[in-house]
Design a protein around this ligand. Structure first.
Ligand code: SF4
Length: 446
């Protein structure tokens, strides 16, 4: 039988294991780091930021000790700049383009500086934005994740009233439910939602399920405009023998439980844990399994390291936590013992001459008490129940134009459910912002 137990480690261990991954900069360290910026004209870091934050401008603010001004610059472009400072893959975005990287192999720590500035404002509980005079227009937003929140905040600033329909008891979407605990300590996601709502003009109705309690077509009738920021509610299956065994779980479900657990030790974890996948969810799952006390944690990915969705930095985090990464292997079947998972059989893979992934015929088995699936999520068609026939799809996602308009009149969409780009918080925020501008222009009769 498998060895799955709660409280493998002491409360002290858990407190350390789930503390901030990267502690914040002190005032002195922030000013010194800001002084490294060259304040480039046509700064490549701004080009690389999906929300186009004026990075040299906010860094100048920090350097001159105008931290509030720095935070305003960030939040004006990206209202979830606090979360993005913690979770953005900066190495492939702003910091990856920083001129300092070529000069001395160390980019300016843009992410850490962004966190320093936004934390300053949050700690003071101050809402720096004001609302334009009320327009009398009402917009429905479905989903209180990054796209929905960004869209709602932007619309509320422009004087519109917004009602957000959210199925979960808390707002924040993946920021609250889907990111590793040590990246979002001190209940940051909720503090950020509270900050955002303190603007006024935004009401969140929790426990409302799209496709059951509300329908897109009805919302489009009842409101002046609708924004769908519904994310990806379904999880992909492995579709192999043994997937139904006890101990086989979806990583997103486990990560959500861990984020919501007051006592991290209460979540049972195995001694031998296998995580299937190559994205950030796989990394977050594996690293947290290790920190919960699992002895052997292996991520198994069917392609090479260069194909992994997780960045090099994320892979390094996993490896420094003792997680092994096994590449070029695909799961073939999950082995059971008395109804519980006991191991998982893999087959080595390779790319054939046409560049297609192929099995090699050579197999191996990893012992496992728990198997976590982190092989992607999908849009739940039932969420769009009653409207799917009127919402054009692009593959498995909602089709939108560059203004994030869907095929349905007065309905916009953004975030992971549209998938114009990578499934990043910062991209979802930009979607929400672009849609809000387009909705505003529509409501103004332009
Ligand atoms: Fe500063 Fe680097 Fe951006 Fe240039 S590219 S403005 S050095 S952060």
């Amino acid at each position: 039988m498998g060895d799955i137990r709660s409280h493998r480690r002491t409360a002290d261990d858990y407190a350390k294991a789930f503390a901030d991954l990267e502690p914040p900069l002190s005032r002195k360290a922030a000013i010194v780091e800001a002084s490294r910026c060259l304040f480039c004209y046509d700064a490549p870091c701004v080009e690389a930021c999906p929300t186009s934050i004026d990075i040299p401008r906010f860094i100048r603010g920090i350097q001159t000790d105008n931290v509030r001004g720095a935070a305003m610059t960030i939040l004006d472009a990206n209202i979830l700049g606090g979360t993005c400072a913690r979770v953005c893959p900066t190495e492939i975005l702003c910091e990856g383009s920083c001129v300092r990287l070529d000069q001395d192999h160390e980019p300016v720590m843009i992410g850490a500086l962004q966190r320093y500035a936004t934390d300053y404002l949050f700690e003071r509980g101050e809402q720096p934005f004001t609302r334009a005079p009320a327009t009398g227009r009402k917009v429905a937003v479905v989903g209180a994740g990054p796209a929905g929140l960004a869209c709602a905040h932007h619309l509320a600033r422009l004087g519109h009233d917004v009602v957000i329909f959210e199925k979960k008891p808390k707002g924040g979407g993946l920021n609250e439910y889907g990111i590793a605990t040590y990246k979002m300590t001190n209940d940051f996601a909720q503090r950020e939602v509270d900050f955002l709502l303190s603007l006024g003009g935004i009401e969140i109705r929790h426990g409302v399920v799209l496709g059951m309690d509300v329908h897109v077509a009805d919302l489009a009738e009842q409101y002046d405009a609708v924004f769908l920021g519904i994310g990806m509610g379904g999880t992909n299956a492995l579709r192999i023998e043994g997937e139904e065994l006890d101990g086989v779980m979806n990583a997103v479900v486990f990560i959500e439980s861990l984020r919501q657990a007051a006592d991290k030790g209460e979540l049972p974890i195995g001694r031998d844990v296998v995580v299937i996948g190559g994205g950030n969810t796989a990394i977050d799952m594996a690293t947290q399994a290790k920190r919960l006390g699992a002895e052997n944690v292996t991520i198994v990915y069917r392609r090479g390291v260069e194909h992994m969705g997780a960045t090099g930095y994320e892979q390094e985090v996993a490896q420094t936590n003792g997680v092994k990464i096994q590449l070029w292997a695909a799961p073939v079947r999950i082995l059971g013992d008395g109804g519980r998972v006991a191991g998982i059989e893999f087959e080595y893979t390779r790319l054939d001459e046409r560049g297609t992934l192929a099995l090699t015929g050579e197999r191996f088995v990893l012992p496992a008490d728990q198997v976590f699936k982190a092989v992607g999520q999908n849009l739940v068609a039932a969420d769009l129940n009653g409207s799917a026939e009127r919402l054009a799809m692009a593959g498995s996602k909602i089709a939108v134009d560059t203004d994030r308009r869907t095929s349905m009149p007065r309905v916009w969409a953004g975030g992971d459910a549209t998938g114009l780009d990578q499934d990043l918080t910062v991209v979802a925020v930009e979607d929400g912002k672009i849609a809000a501008r387009s909705i505003h222009s529509f409501l103004a009769g332009n």
